[in-house]
Write a protein that binds this ligand. Structure first.
Ligand SMILES: NC(=O)c1ccc[n+]([C@@H]2O[C@H](COP(=O)([O-])OP(=O)(O)OC[C@H]3O[C@@H](n4cnc5c(N)ncnc54)[C@H](O)[C@@H]3O)[C@@H](O)[C@H]2O)c1
Length: 353
């Protein structure tokens, strides 16, 4: 528990019915006395997640089905609710789609974010937490041994990453011009797993209440979990000739509840600190082959894995340097274990049916 426990903030969470947003709503309901309003158009968000959140909300949760592109309505919501904090998850997030349809990404991710920032400033919101991504670093050359830190040059290689970087810029410039408006930008690495549900589960078999529900996900651990429960007949490894020990790409997989906790800490951080940018990951990586063999081992299920050519723009290795968030926010992860991440993803996938 943190100092934040006693606080009674009034928080707007966009995209709170989605994968990561729902875990943050859950933690804020459980760890604080905050009142929370979710705006979500349910394009990829889940009613099932919302139902669970209402069950634990003790009347402190409001859901407004709306699209952020409806600027007038969004403004009315700000007038009515007088938020002190905004946590902004709502976005389009599929990289290949962003290459095919960049306008969708710049409209939803950059234009709608700019309007949300505008409403926030106009209505006296003091704290804005923004979901950014390691995709802003593009395809890092000469990856440092201890991972990518926040000073690493940004150079997105697809419209998704660029739409997020442009939103970061809008936030930074807006905060420079408005001293009462502060932000934390969190650059997530590879988010995975589902609700750890500490209080109700034994260590060996987690029992997630919420998770990633949208079909056709592109995340490796989700896909491996779908194979393990039999929803997919096979999966692919894209490239096994990278300069890594087993030839497959290495990524920094962070459990979604550890990531969610970074948002709780970010709100607390902005009480007495200035705006800042933080990478959120574990600072260590696993290869695609590690992930697949771990999923097979912890679920005791075998499934077909095929080799496919490398995908354009997939770097060999992407690891966060997380020293800054640990030092400045005192954020420490709890679920840094690939087996546990895979188990929660698998149990959630079974529950989804
Ligand atoms: N999942 C990851 O691994 C990852 C990694 C880096 C960054 N991120 C960022 O985290 C955030 C959340 O991602 P997620 O994985 O939870 O995705 P998600 O698709 O599960 O959640 C996004 C939510 O936003 C809603 N939404 C989208 N556009 C909207 C709009 N115009 N108006 C209202 N609601 C809208 C969707 O219905 C959904 O509930 C995104 O901003 C994403 O860029 C995710």
């Amino acid at each position: 528990m943190t100092n934040f426990d006693a606080k009674e903030s009034n928080i707007l969470i966009t995209g709170g019915a989605g994968y990561i947003g729902s875990h943050v709503v859950k933690q804020l309901l459980e760890k604080s006395k905050s009142r929370i309003t979710i705006i979500d158009n349910l394009s990829t968000g889940s009613q099932k997640n919302l139902d669970t959140l209402f069950d634990i909300s003790e009347g402190r949760l409001t859901f407004i089905k709306a699209d952020l592109k409806d600027f007038e309505y969004v403004n009315e919501i700000f007038i009515k609710h007088r938020f002190d904090t905004v946590i902004h998850f709502a976005a389009s997030i599929v990289v290949p789609e962003s290459v095919e349809n960049p306008i969708k990404y710049y409209m939803n991710n950059t234009v709608n974010t700019t309007n949300l920032i505008k409403s926030s400033v106009e209505h006296g919101v003091g704290k804005f937490i923004f979901s950014s991504t390691a995709a802003v670093y593009g395809e890092p050359k000469n990856l440092p041994d201890d991972g990518i830190d926040e000073e690493y040059p940004t150079s997105p290689i697809n419209p998704y990453g660029m739409s997020k970087l442009m939103s970061e810029r809008v936030l930074i410039d807006t905060a420079m011009a408005n001293s009462s408006f502060k932000y934390v930008i969190l650059r997530y690495f590879n988010v995975a797993g589902a609700d750890a549900n500490d209080e109700n589960s034994s260590c060996s078999i987690p029992s997630p209440r919420i998770g990633q529900s949208f079909p056709n996900a592109t995340h490796l651990i989700k896909i491996a979990a779908e194979c393990a429960v039999g929803k997919r007949s096979k999966m692919f490894i894209f490239g096994d000739d990278y300069p890594t020990p087993d030839g497959t790409g290495i990524r920094d997989y962070i459990h979604v509840d550890d990531l969610a906790y970074a948002h709780v800490k970010a709100i607390e951080y902005l009480d007495s600190n200035e705006s800042d940018i933080f990478n959120v990951g574990y600072g260590k990586g696993y290869s695609v082959k590690d992930v697949i063999s771990t999923m097979k081992r912890v679920t005791n299920k075998d499934f077909i894995v095929k080799l496919a050519p490398r995908r354009l723009g997939d770097p060999a290795k992407l690891i966060a340097n997380n020293r800054k968030i640990k030092r400045k926010m005192n954020w420490y992860p709890k679920y840094e274990d690939l087996e546990f991440i895979c188990k929660t993803a698998y149990e959630w996938e079974k529950k989804l049916g």
